[in-house]
Each structure stands twice: as C-alpha cells, then as structure tokens.
Design a protein around this ligand. Sequence first.
Ligand SMILES: [Mg+2]
Length: 224
Amino acid sequence: MIKAVIFDLDDTLYGYEALDREARGRVCELVCAKLGIAAADYEEAYAYGRRETKRQLGDVAASHNRLLYCQKTLEYLGVNPVPLSLRMYETYWGTFLEKMRLFEGVREFMDRMREQGIVMMICTDLTAHIQHRKIEALGIAKDIRYLVTSEEAGKEKPAPEMFALCLKKLGMQPEEVCYIGDSQVKDVEGAAAAGIRAVRFYPDMPGAEQYGKLAEMILAAGRS
Ligand SMILES: [Mg+2]
C-alpha cells in the first residue's frame, strides 16, 4: 500500500526550461544596459561564471546558486560585482517565480492524494531558500508535508543520502512510498536504488495524462 508520494520539483511539478530562458534574458538585458556591452559578451561571461562555480564546488547545492554565477559573470567582465550581483539575482528569480505554473494534472492529482490521506513531499537538488520560494509561488505549500533539499542532505541526487532522509522524515519503509521525477538517473534510478517504486515524468508530454495514470496506479495499490 502506498502511503506517501515524493515529487522531484523542477520539470516534474512545473516546466523549468522556458522560465529559465526568459529570466536569463531579463538579466542579460539588465546587465547589457547597465554596462553598455553586447549580449554576446554577456553570454560569454555568464557561461564562464556558471562553469567556474560548478567546477569549484562540484555536486553540492551551492553549485546551483545563481548569486555566485552573477558575481563571477561580473568578475569575468572586469567590473565590481558587488553593486549589481544581487540585482541580477533578484531580476532572475523575480521573473521566474512570478510566471511559475503547475503542470496540468498536478492540482487534481494532489487533491486526490489528499482525499486518500496520502502524504506528499518534495525531494530536490538546490538550496532550501529558493525551493521554498518556488513551492510558495506554485501555491502548493499546504499540500507538501516535508521537503528535502540537497543543501540539507549535503549531497545531490542520486546519492542515497537524499532518499534515506526522505524516508526518515516520512517514517516509512521504501515499499510504502512512490517517487515521481523527470530525470532517469537522478530520480528514477536514485529512488529505485533505495528500494522506492519510481515513475518517470516526461515534461514534454501532457501532464494531465501522466498524473492521471499515476493516481490510478497509487489508488489501485491502496485497494490491493
Ligand atoms: Mg527535475
């Protein structure tokens, strides 16, 4: 019997790519206007900032911290990063969070789970601060009972620590839990290695159909 559902967040509950593209475009416009540089030069600096942050930090939550990308972008451009980094960061997240919408089918799925008393939680790479803001922006803060981030676990998916911490918070056995996520390696294989039944979500395919099928599977498991 399934007693809990664990969701990945990005590209599982909402679509990341289009929002990221739009938000990055807004930051590019801001910096180009402020510094009087061409978009291509900004993009080169941004690519450096992101790459350097990831190279220095490896697989930890801070490697996704956009404030670090912003600082390094400006450092690469040879300007003082202090006056502009935070504004870049807030432009990015302001744009992103304002436009976030749940995939079709998620709201209905969560309502069905709640009716059955099935607990819902999120297991996600990245820092707790931003993931809390996303959950709030999506309007699902009251649906989600627990959150595990890679910042908290100290490791990123598919590390077993992430899934072990989820089970610990739930106080459940792996076979009582179902996991849904878009990454074959991080989500599906990570959860499966912890003995958790995992279902892959395809963000480019209709969400309502996928969440509908998942609800049927979970409710059928409850009846058996
Ligand atoms: Mg994801």
